[in-house]
Design a protein around this ligand. Structure first.
Ligand code: ZN
Length: 78
């Protein structure tokens, strides 16, 4: 048998859970927006000026099909 006090307590708990959920969702959405912005800035910063290819021999990045300049470079042996 539910007393009035128990009903009020249940309502209070429900409201608290609901409020916590709302706050949680809000924080998540704000964080997600910040992550998107960060990722966008990061990818912009990392985006090379020209089309860059990692040299498979020495691991450095070179523009297009330019050889990286090392004597043992795969680009040079082509
Ligand atoms: Zn190379």
């Amino acid at each position: 048998m539910l007393s009035l006090g128990k009903i009020l307590l249940l309502l209070a708990v429900g409201a608290a859970v609901w409020l916590g959920y709302r706050v949680h969702k809000r924080i998540e959405s704000v964080r997600a927006r910040h992550e998107d912005e960060l990722n966008r800035l990061r990818s912009q910063a990392l985006k090379p000026k020209a089309e860059m290819v990692e040299c498979s021999r020495c691991g450095i990045y070179v523009a297009g099909t330019q050889p990286c300049g090392r004597r043992d470079c795969l680009f040079l042996s082509r």
